[in-house]
Write a protein that binds this ligand. Structure first.
Ligand SMILES: *Cc1c(COP(=O)(O)O)cnc(C)c1O
Length: 466
């Protein structure tokens, strides 16, 4: 058997999966008992599984399939590039057309003097590059001790040693000896869960000023950079209060700290602009990109680097001793370039801003009428709802965090909707091309799932506040 067809019975596929395929972020023994859902096809915003169910993908895969599934144009460009030049490296004073053309396109789309691209195979790898790049930058500047990077608790920056260390996920730090040295974490701007009696604006300022306090504590001569997602994605689609990012920018400017925006989710249209930094009004020195760069059709990531950082490292008189075999892979680059062209040709950002966002916003906000839903947030097409036993106090559930969220996600799964939970927050990030009629289906399935979850939560006595 050389290829696995879609015609094998689901049970057999699940048995092979359990026997040989170890899944990311999964308790594999538990999954093996239950059997994975096998996805066989995708078209537009819908997936089909091996049992023939049509599932609305409210997450665009893992926040990446922004143009939707099954786009022939991207398949064709990949096939053509494989025939013409399947692979070549960009290490030893060589380059190739797809890597060049894509870098030029990214530089054209990126704001300000973010004019230089270093390629990686993923967002995690790109953030590993960023750690080495900002440390190298200060080294060349004669400040090798300026090497601490400040990040936030509950941030997600990937799963490599570097990426997971930058991230602030306690469950990840608990495994494998993380974080690596010289990474510091401050609190996140998560008003709904942690804002107490402060207004969102007061709380945003207070959380931003933790950066200033941390810089003062460590010494500005020790701090290389601050990294943050313009809007936290995997942490629960947490939209910071409006006061937060301007204050972070002011503090980075004041102390001469590089600002890294992790745009892996927020880049390429997700927030209605090309980059989340534009939506949040910040000017980073470096952006991390991946996911929507290729709409997930090929694995590719990278760092977009400003003139100052690039010129310093490029002009150091020495090599930057870093790179990946697949940096700027020609097939992935060709696919990504075509993806960006299609986002432009099809006016996808206009569609997000003027059609999909306003329509989904109205219907998403409507979910706050549901007895379980305390708030509904949506920027562009990334959204979240908070589940709570008490809307007035924004209370957490007495049950372990994520119990109610997981029960709700299970109902979504059963109702053929992919909507994830992060703790007791439900999150969506649908393909950017989603139509109003498909948004209606999303809301209808989400509402039914919330109703069913609510009945179950009540029946099991889980509606108690902590
Ligand atoms: C997904 C993600 C990453 C990691 O990207 P991978 O391609 O999975 O390595 C990094 N940062 C953010 C903000 C992400 O959402």
């Amino acid at each position: 058997m050389t290829t696995i067809t879609n015609h094998m019975p689901t049970k057999e596929l699940q048995a092979l999966d359990a026997a040989h395929h170890m899944h990311p972020f999964t308790e594999d023994a538990a999954l093996a008992k239950k059997g994975a859902r096998i996805i066989t096809r995708g078209k537009g915003v819908f997936l089909t599984d091996s049992e023939g169910n049509e599932i609305l993908d409210g997450m665009a895969g893992l926040w990446c399939v922004n143009l939707g599934y099954g786009r022939k144009e991207l398949a064709e460009v990949a096939a053509r590039q494989m025939e013409e030049l399947c692979y070549y490296n960009t290490f030893f004073q060589t380059s190739h057309v797809p890597a060049i053309a894509l870098a030029a396109k990214i530089a054209e789309l990126a704001p300000g003097d973010l004019n230089h691209v270093f390629y990686a195979g993923s967002g995690s790898e790109a953030n590993d590059t960023n750690i080495r790049l900002v440390r190298r930058y200060w080294d060349v500047k004669g400040k090798p001790e300026k090497n601490i990077i400040i990040s936030r608790k509950n941030a997600y920056h990937g799963s490599t040693m570097g990426g997971a260390s930058l991230g602030g996920m306690s469950g990840m730090h608990a495994q494998g000896g993380l974080p690596i040295p010289n990474i510091a974490h401050i609190n996140q701007p998560h008003w709904y869960a942690e804002g107490g009696d402060m207004t969102p604006e007061e709380f945003g300022l207070a959380r931003a000023r933790e950066l200033e306090a941390k810089i003062e504590e460590l010494g500005a001569d020790r701090v290389a950079a601050f990294i943050g997602e313009p809007i936290q994605g995997a942490g629960g689609v947490i939209v910071p209060p409006s006061t937060y990012w301007p204050e972070i920018q002011r503090i980075c400017d004041k102390y001469g700290i590089l600002l890294i925006a992790d745009e892996v989710i927020t880049g390429f249209g997700r927030t209605g602009n090309w980059f989340g930094s534009q939506t949040m009004g910040i000017k980073p020195h470096i952006m991390t990109i991946a996911k929507g760069l290729s709409s997930g059709y090929a694995p590719i990531g990278g760092s977009i680097i400003c003139d100052e950082v690039y010129n310093t490292v490029a002009g150091s008189g020495d090599d930057f001793n870093h790179g990946y075999t697949y940096s700027g892979h020609p097939v992935a680059s060709a696919v990504a370039l075509r993806n960006l062209e299609m986002l432009e040709e099809e006016n996808v950002l206009d569609h997000v801003r003027n059609v999909a966002h306003p329509y989904l916003m109205e219907r998403w906000q409507g979910l706050t009428d549901h007895p379980l839903v305390g708030e509904a947030k949506l920027v562009g097409l990334m959204g979240s709802i908070a589940l709570t036993p008490n809307k007035e106090t924004r209370a957490k559930f007495a049950s372990d965090a994520g119990t109610v969220g997981y029960m709700t996600r299970e109902r979504c799964f059963a109702n053929n909707l992919v909507m994830r939970h992060v703790g007791d927050r439900m999150i969506i990030s649908p393909p950017l091309v989603i139509k109003p009629s498909e948004i209606d289906i999303l809301i209808e399935r989400a509402t039914r799932s919330l109703d069913e979850a609510y009945a179950k939560i009540k029946a099991e006595g889980l509606l108690k506040a902590a």
